[in-house]
Design a protein around this ligand. Structure first.
Ligand SMILES: *Cc1c(COP(=O)(O)O)cnc(C)c1O
Length: 512
């Protein structure tokens, strides 16, 4: 019944619109210009919107029709609805007052690269399916590896290689699969239940998800405790003792994910010492630098990945803080054949001379999916449009702005900086000493102070003026101010701090 309702209507031959080819070049030009104007206006007016969307769950179903239109609608009409109904439900990640999670830094080059990639709309699963897609990807991954001063062994020129994945989650699934199969081919496939994956309690949940996907026993995923005294970095001694006790229990250490720039506080695991431990047990080490990897193109920040030469793989998200729009995760491995051994397939319908000749990379064998986007174009445009010099300066500018915010927080004695700032994110909270309460109330100091900070964050975000998010580390609820939206300037930092102070005044006055 329902479907009858949807498709009843005047016969199709009453309308001319079915004749328009959906890929007519002149119509594309016309609508494309309208779309570019729409997006440019969006950026021009972006500060007029609340940064965090203020809509309630289910808001959109109330506003849109119950079924898809039977007749074509004009792009102008559709864009009016985007303006009226979609934009209110957008959280403006590109707003200059966006300080939540980590940035998703856009840029003209990233946007145009994405457009060009959609424009060609090729499906570059193997070399043959679009040679430029594969070759450009290998070239930009070598360029980028050079910029990060990765050891030659990670580059194609040194028998390693890089690949563009969608996200870090996928990159970690692929590396754990490679590590798993390498290990199981040594110790026998029926030992999968004995494999153990290690990280810290600050490691991104991507590792847990990836471990579950690849069949690691959920009881064998270790999140080793970190503390404030070591700035929430993974301790090599604790790693070793955890491994030893697992071995005593008959388990097999498989994989370590070390993080440079953890999500909660940008903590830095000591790569060199951790890789030394892992080496003693023949484990695969992956370095997850999803956010902070970008900064390592600056000589003054490169030391944060010292020790990476001992790892098996390294990844960072160019869609976070490297001006490439989502999605674009850069993954390098020292031993591509470990990936290929686990992920390759060779059906007849994909066979071709180039692949058979073993002279080419077939990236379908380096990732989960078969089909893949031409992401390298986007990265190539970013690298060429800005050059290493400007990319470094963009990042340095964000770090400088974070220092400004850090200084402002530091000047207000009611606030604490929770951990030292490493990159462009400041972790802070209202200090317990800002509460003037009867001594007995301090029994549950963290409970009270955490609630005060939670209220502060809610108030800040409800204002719509800025958007920040939180984390809890070592029992402390903290606010994260992550600077890196491309449009952010100093004045936005000053304004953000004013907003924080105003809401802190209001909340603290309740506790006096
Ligand atoms: C953002 C982040 C991730 C997850 O990245 P996706 O690309 O969304 O999978 C993983 N690790 C760290 C340290 C991150 O900051």
């Amino acid at each position: 019944m329902g479907s009858l309702k949807f498709y009843r209507g005047p016969e199709e031959n009453n309308s001319d619109s079915h004749k328009a080819n959906p890929l007519d070049p002149e119509e594309f030009r016309r609508q494309g210009h309208i779309m570019i104007d729409f997006i440019a206006d969006y950026y021009k007016n972006i500060e007029e919107y609340p940064v965090q969307s203020q809509v309630q769950p289910g808001y959109l179903r109330k506003r849109l029709p119950e079924s898809a239109p039977y007749h074509p609608e004009a792009i102008e009409t559709i864009l009016r609805d985007v303006h009226d109904h979609i934009v209110p439900g957008i959280t403006h990640w590109q707003s200059p007052s966006y300080f939540a999670y980590f940035p998703s830094s856009g840029s003209i080059a990233g946007f145009l690269g994405e457009m060009l990639s959609s424009g060609f709309n090729v499906v570059g699963f193997n070399w043959m399916s679009s040679p430029a897609a594969t070759e450009l990807e290998s070239i930009v991954m070598d360029w980028l590896g050079d910029m990060l001063q990765l050891p030659k062994s990670f580059l194609f020129s040194g028998n390693g290689g890089g690949v563009l994945q969608g996200t870090t989650c996928e990159a970690i699934v692929c590396t754990i699969v490679a590590a798993r199969d390498q290990m199981l081919s040594r110790i026998g496939r029926d030992n999968i239940g004995r494999l153990v994956v290690y990280g810290s309690d600050q490691t991104h949940c991507a590792v847990q998800k990836a471990s579950q996907i690849v069949g690691i026993n959920p009881n064998n995923i270790r999140a080793i405790k970190t503390t404030r005294s070591t700035e929430f970095a993974l301790s090599p001694e604790l790693l070793r003792s955890t491994i030893c006790s697992d071995i005593e229990d008959g388990l097999v250490p498989l994989f370590l994910c070390a993080t440079v720039g953890t999500t909660s506080t940008t903590a830095i695991d000591p790569l060199g010492a951790l890789c030394d431990v892992a080496k003693d047990y023949g484990m695969w080490v992956h370095v997850d630098a999803a956010y902070a990897g970008s900064a390592c193109i600056c000589p003054e920040f490169r030391h944060f990945i010292n020790g990476v030469e001992g790892a098996n793989s390294f990844s960072f998200n160019a869609h976070k803080w490297f001006f490439a729009t989502l999605d674009c995760c850069c993954l390098w491995v020292k031993n591509p054949s470990a990936l290929v051994n686990s992920l390759s397939t060779n059906p007849e319908y994909l066979r071709n001379k180039a692949s058979d000749s073993m002279q080419v990379v077939d990236y379908k064998d380096w990732q989960i999916a078969l089909s893949r986007r031409f992401r390298a174009l986007k990265l190539w445009l970013v690298l060429r449009s800005y050059g290493v010099a400007n990319l470094r300066n963009f990042i340095r500018d964000h770090v400088k702005m974070a220092k400004v915010f850090e200084r402002l927080v530091g000047m207000d004695e009611r606030f604490d900086i929770v951990v030292p700032r490493n990159f462009a994110m400041v972790c802070f909270r209202i200090s317990p000493s800002a509460l003037r309460k009867a001594p007995s109330d301090y029994d549950d100091e963290n409970g009270i102070i955490n609630n005060v900070n939670r209220k502060l964050l809610e108030a800040i975000n409800a204002s719509g003026n800025v958007y920040m998010t939180h984390s809890v580390v070592g029992g402390m609820y903290l606010l994260r101010c992550a600077i890196g939206a491309t449009l952010t300037e100093r004045k936005h930092i000053i304004m953000a701090w004013k907003v924080v102070q105003e809401h802190a005044n209001a909340i603290l006055s309740e506790y006096k």
